[in-house]
Design a protein around this ligand. Structure first.
Ligand code: FE
Ligand code: FE
Length: 171
């Protein structure tokens, strides 16, 4: 069972985890886009879907740079994060509150990816695979940008909800 012995093994293991996580996200993001009533958030999810597909191919490129094949690992953490995102749909009806909850779920995903890419990048750099490190850094930057954009959209939603609530109360 102890297949991971060296830092090289660990780098591959981390990358395999990310590879599966990204592939799960390619399936989940269209569902999240469908579940929101915010045009801005929908566009954000769909834009990140395109980036996520690129993250998958970037990882495939990184594996081939290392003379390895992608795949072979299940990212249980991402499965859990996506399941929690799906719970939002059961628990909250359409509207800004649901949208804000979707953003919370999406940001958990981005932070998980940021941690994975950050440490993989560092391992690759330290092991002298600067070409791989550069690819991982590029994806890391996109995950960070996505996270920041989600924060901006969330700020707008909180205002929107406040307006709707006061409007509903006839104030
Ligand atoms: Fe990604
Ligand atoms: Fe992402």
């Amino acid at each position: 069972m102890a297949k991971t012995k060296t830092m090289e093994d660990l780098l591959l293991s981390e990358m395999k985890d990310l590879y599966d996580a990204e592939k799960q996200l390619v399936k989940a993001l269209p569902k999240m886009a469908k579940a929101t009533t915010s045009e801005e958030l929908r566009e954000g999810f769909l834009e990140h879907l395109e980036q996520t597909k690129e993250h998958v191919t970037r990882l495939e490129r990184a594996f081939s740079m290392l003379g390895q094949k992608a795949g072979g690992k299940k990212c249980v953490a991402m499965q859990g994060l996506i399941e929690e995102g799906e719970e939002v749909l059961d628990e909250i009806g359409e509207g800004p509150v649901r949208d804000a909850a979707l953003i919370g779920a999406a940001q958990r995903v981005e932070h998980y990816e940021m941690a994975g890419y950050g440490c993989s990048r560092t391992f690759a750099e330290t092991l002298g695979h600067s070409d791989v490190a550069e690819l991982l850094q590029r994806t890391l930057d996109e995950e960070k940008e996505t996270d920041e954009k989600l924060t901006e959209i969330a700020e707008g939603l909180v205002n929107e909800e406040a307006v709707q609530s006061s409007g509903g109360a006839g104030a």
